[in-house]
Design a binder for this molecule. Structure first.
Ligand code: C2E
Ligand code: MG
Ligand code: MG
Ligand code: MG
Length: 280
């Protein structure tokens, strides 16, 4: 009957909301114990020069493996951490662990390699963010010039006035700033003139379609030209095929990152990658 149907639909609806709420609650509960229980770790993805194929830097990427939830996507984890305020502790862990481990991995390398760290806007608004960062970087014997802070483009749109002074302070202190997922946030190109940006990262959605889609192809070309004219380093994300790599090389994109070169690696695998890369 209609009534039964309506009831059935109502129950179905109710169930899925219930499930969602339960997932959100267990996500929060499990995240509260994640640091203490050593469930968080960092992986490192190489960024290579598209001309020489030499490693130039790594991006650190957070991983969470929980006994109840399994492997949780860093996007979910960061969202929940921001919602609950845990982002401050977790963000600090990310910075410390990344500096500690890359200092080890870079020790055997002849050239000075870079470290890019993803940072949440809430971290940038911590009163002593820059001071703390300087302290950690010093502690592990890295130089500020090696460190790039990655922020996503939509951060700028939402918190422009609050974030700009911090970015200026960071850049004055010797750190570099990268705009992550560039091209997805519909931000005004004016930002590139007024903000202390050193690098733009072309979002992987454009790189993925570069061979099939005329729009993505011309957008990628335009972003590289913008980078060129503003003296910015341009990094292409998500390069998976040789064709994408060759095309980006033709467009004079400087740096590439993606499964074609390496997936995000645990520390030991990163050490091996650096070793092999310097022998070729
Ligand atoms: P992102 O900063 O844009 O990182 C690049 C993402 O692309 C990573 O996903 C990486 O594993 C993935 N990737 C790299 N190469 C390829 C490729 O060739 N093909 C494909 N399909 N994917 C590729 P991941 O590790 O899942 O991270 C997702 C996002 O989570 C990151 O995007 C970043 O926004 C956020 N995130 C990760 N770690 C941290 C962190 O420590 N702190 C903060 N605040 N955010 C983080
Ligand atoms: Mg990033
Ligand atoms: Mg990105
Ligand atoms: Mg992304």
């Amino acid at each position: 009957s209609l009534k039964a149907n309506r009831k059935g639909r109502y129950l179905f609806f109710d169930d899925s909301i219930q499930q969602k709420l339960q997932y959100e609650m267990s996500l929060e509960r499990e995240l509260r114990g994640a640091l203490e229980n050593q469930e968080l770790s960092m992986h490192y993805q190489p960024q290579v020069c598209l001309e020489t194929k030499k490693i130039m830097a790594v991006e650190s990427l957070l991983r969470w493996k929980n006994p109840k939830l399994g492997q949780v996507s860093p996007i979910e984890l960061i969202r929940k951490a921001e919602e609950t305020g845990l982002i401050h502790q977790i963000g600090r862990f990310v910075i410390k662990r990344s500096c500690e481990q890359v200092a080890q991995a870079f020790a055997s390398s002849q050239q000075q390699l870079g470290l890019s760290i993803n940072i949440s806007p809430l971290q940038l608004l911590e009163p002593l963010f820059t001071e703390d960062l300087i302290e950690i970087v010093d502690e592990y014997g890295l130089s500020r010039g090696q460190i790039t802070i990655e922020i996503t483009e939509h951060v700028l749109i939402n918190d422009f006035d609050l974030v700009t002074p911090v970015l200026n302070q960071l850049q004055h202190s010797g750190f570099s700033i990268a705009l992550d997922d560039f091209g997805t946030g519909y931000s005004s190109l004016n930002y590139l003139y007024t903000l202390p940006i050193n690098e733009i990262k072309i979002d992987q959605s454009f790189v993925r379609n570069i061979m099939f889609n005329k729009q993505s192809d011309s957008l990628v070309k335009a972003i590289i030209a913008i980078g060129e004219s503003h003296d910015l380093k341009v990094v292409a994300e998500g390069i998976e095929t040789q064709e994408q790599c060759d095309q980006l090389g033709d467009y004079k994109c400087h740096i590439g990152q993606g499964y074609l070169f390496a997936k995000p690696l645990v520390l030991d695998d990163l050490k091996n990658f650096i070793q092999n890369n310097s022998n070729t």
